[in-house]
Design a protein around this ligand. Structure first.
Ligand SMILES: [Zn+2]
Ligand SMILES: [Zn+2]
Length: 335
């Protein structure tokens, strides 16, 4: 990223080295999250020039001083948040490393924001911010778990669904197509909400028991106990509230910088339904391990389009224009 609202450029830069506490990783796959677009539009601050990408997996090729938990040859991945400063007021609460850390720690090392991201041949990562990948899980399938999988699994966990409850996934894109599989793998009756008729069959193949176009249709179906909002537009989420059951929870896992989330005053009042809005983010590396395990067992498999680094700008164009239907993955070792 060269500047706010500027096109991406592919540049040769010096290969980073593993500083104390870090590992140097040869990147085999780096997933493209819609947050890459927000970052390019300036919503992550004036961080330019910066290499984007926070769904990074690869092989450790160098271990920095003081690192005892990782070895050369390890297959690892990292997420949006690699490490915290350890000393600020937030860090003194000694909470686990989560998406909240990035928002609250005075000196968090964030992938593709405060530190170099994964759309590169090599990346230096705080060792504590890496997780070991399960054996047999392909890099291309692992990368999208680092944000799309981690985000949606955290959202499902935060909603704490009970065994009889129904889950509706709002939006069947990069996050939503993963969320459907995760909900189904967990045994929940699962409903896909999508405005795209051409995604209906695929939603069923991915695990949806029902597919509806909106909250009104969801309501006619009996409603859902959890709305997992995976879109980057709050409009569809607000409309879907029509189909939220009594004691239902709407989980906001995505970002919409263009407008606030609002609850309509029409119909049955939200508070009289005793419903909740839950903000959710990457909830801790134990959740990441769970979703990687599901991926290794084949319970969730992302639908990906792969691109060599040389085509990163084309890939970004597809992502920005909404042509990337599921997950774009850069494969820097392929040319
Ligand atoms: Zn992301
Ligand atoms: Zn801190």
């Amino acid at each position: 990223m060269t500047g706010a609202n500027q096109l991406w450029e592919v540049r040769d830069v010096p290969t980073p080295t593993a500083e104390p506490g870090q590992v140097l990783v040869k990147v085999y796959a780096s997933g493209m999250c819609y947050t890459d677009v927000w970052a390019t539009q300036g919503y992550g601050g004036d961080i330019y020039p910066q290499t984007p990408g926070h769904e990074v997996v690869g092989e450790v090729v160098e271990v920095g001083a003081g690192v005892h938990t990782r070895q050369v040859g390890d297959r690892v991945g990292t997420t949006w948040v690699q490490s915290a400063c350890g000393r600020c007021a937030y860090c003194r609460e000694n909470r686990p490393l989560t998406g909240q850390t990035a928002m609250n720690c005075a000196g968090a090392r964030t992938t593709g924001f405060s530190a170099q991201g994964g759309h590169a041949e090599y990346i230096a990562i705080s060792a504590e911010g890496t997780v070991l990948l399960p054996d047999g899980l392909a890099y291309e399938d692992a990368a999208p778990m680092m944000c799309a999988g981690y985000t949606t699994w955290s959202g499902l966990r935060d909603a704490a669904p009970q065994p009889h409850e129904k889950i509706a996934v709002v939006g069947i894109g990069g996050l939503g197509h993963v969320a459907l599989q995760l909900s189904k793998a967990s045994g929940f009756e699962t409903i896909a909400i999508t405005h795209s008729p051409d995604k209906h069959d695929l939603a069923v193949q991915l695990g949806a028991d029902h597919v509806v176009a909106n909250g009104k249709e969801l309501n006619e179906l009996g409603g859902a106990d959890v709305l997992l909002v995976t879109t980057n537009a709050f409009g569809a989420a607000e409309e879907a509230l029509t189909g939220l059951r009594v004691d239902g929870r709407v989980v906001l896992s995505g970002l919409d910088f263009t407008r606030p989330f609002s609850i309509s005053s029409e119909g049955v009042p939200f508070h009289m339904m005793r419903q909740q809005v839950i903000g959710s983010t990457h909830g801790g590396q134990h959740y990441l391990s769970e979703v990687l395990d599901l991926a290794a067992k084949g319970k969730v498999k992302p639908i990906t389009e792969t691109f060599p680094l040389a085509r990163a700008t084309d890939a970004f164009d597809r992502l920005t224009s909404g042509k990337m239907r599921f997950r774009g993955v850069l494969t820097p070792q392929n040319s």
